[in-house]
Ligand binder design. Structure first.
Ligand code: KG4
Ligand code: ZN
Length: 332
């Protein structure tokens, strides 16, 4: 199919998103986030699916309207099929299936993590293959070796929690609302990253671990609060800066190791945590020191979005990787 128009839907967690891609270019990218989870300190799956159901039609209509696309002009429909919350995924998959059936057009299921990586291929300047991607999200931490658009080999990953969870759970311990990652980033900018020292997690090879780190932050805070009950309020910026520094330097150290082992200098980052200002800065500085060609997606393509689903679907379509109506989601 030449120059296809694709309508893509993302609903794996708590963002309902739709995007339109024409001739390989994203022409609209619209997201409705769900504020309801803030009061619960994390995403409540049942509430997330109900909100997707409410938001889906207006979000898709907005993406079509913004790109001046009529539904009859869409050549293929795409949706996220895994990983994610089952109820949330089901809403997007059923909606995309319904559209594909009604319009008699192809349906393409997309893996959310593969799509995060391909967010680096939305804009003009894109990595050359082979390249490495550090993918850091709320549920995953991976180093991926990309041989081409669709062949991604995971060469390192977290053995327990994800980097995003380390940010979010630390934020929760500090009494900050969900999602805490962006808030830690904000307060960290006002603090000294060397104020408090947290140990770098020890784990072999290119893998990651954050659960021990999380416990060390918890014990540190418990001990400090015993001595001064206002410790967190008085030191919020410095705690955030120190925690962020350790998470980011751990991520970058593993990425450096992966680049050294593979000899690859085409490097990208992706996923919600790649919106972190310190990670973006440290990756940029490291790239200058080690002569990497570094690629970082625009902010709107770091956190969950449907543009990344659309670009992945585009490459799948070009390679005839199309699904039929038996397509069903999977949580993992
Ligand atoms: O990729 P994403 O939007 O959703 C998942 O696929 O999980 O990632 C969400 C994660 C959350 O843990 C959130 O706190 C984190 O990305 N995040 C950040 C920042 N923006 C989002 N973490 C640190 N600094 C940020 N600026
Ligand atoms: Zn994501």
């Amino acid at each position: 199919m030449q120059n296809p128009t694709i309508l893509a839907i993302e609903s794996s967690c708590d963002d309902t998103a739709a995007a339109v891609l024409k001739n390989g270019k994203v022409v609209s990218n619209f997201i409705a986030d769900q504020k309801i989870h803030q009061q619960y300190g994390g995403v409540v799956p049942e509430l997330a699916s109900r909100d997707h159901l409410k938001n889906m039609v207006p979000v898709v209509e907005e993406a079509l309207k913004k790109s001046q696309t009529k539904i009859e002009d869409v050549d293929a429909f795409a949706c996220t099929i895994s990983p994610g919350l089952m109820g949330s995924l089901l809403v997007g998959v059923c909606f995309a299936k319904g559209l594909a059936l009604a319009m008699n057009k192809p349906l393409i299921g997309v893996n959310h993590m593969q799509a995060h990586v391909l967010a680096n291929f939305i804009d003009e300047l894109t990595p050359k293959f082979p390249c490495l991607c550090l993918t850091v999200s709320g549920g995953h931490t991976q180093i991926v070796l990309m041989k081409n658009f669709l062949e991604q080999e995971i060469i390192g990953q977290s053995m327990d929690d994800a980097a995003g969870e380390a940010f979010d759970k630390t934020a929760k311990m500090l009494g900050l609302p969900y999602p805490g990652g962006p808030l830690i980033d904000k307060y960290a900018q006002l603090g000294n990253p060397l104020s408090f020292s947290f140990p770098e997690p020890k784990i072999d090879g290119l893998n990651f671990s954050f659960s021990g780190f999380k416990t060390s932050v918890l014990y540190f805070l418990q001990k400090q609060k015993k001595e001064n009950e206002n410790f967190v309020q008085e030191n919020l910026n410095n705690i955030c800066a120190s925690v962020q520094h350790r998470i980011v330097s751990f991520l970058i150290n593993k990425l450096k190791k992966a680049a050294e082992q593979t000899g690859i200098k085409e490097i990208c980052i992706a996923g919600g945590v790649s919106a972190n200002s310190s990670l973006r800065l440290m990756a940029t500085e490291t790239a200058q020191q080690l002569n990497w060609n570094l690629y970082i997606p625009k902010m709107e393509y770091c956190t969950d979005n449907a543009a990344m689903i659309a670009i992945t679907a585009y490459h799948k379509l070009l390679n005839n990787q199309v699904d039929d109506l038996s397509l069903s989601p999977s949580a993992r």
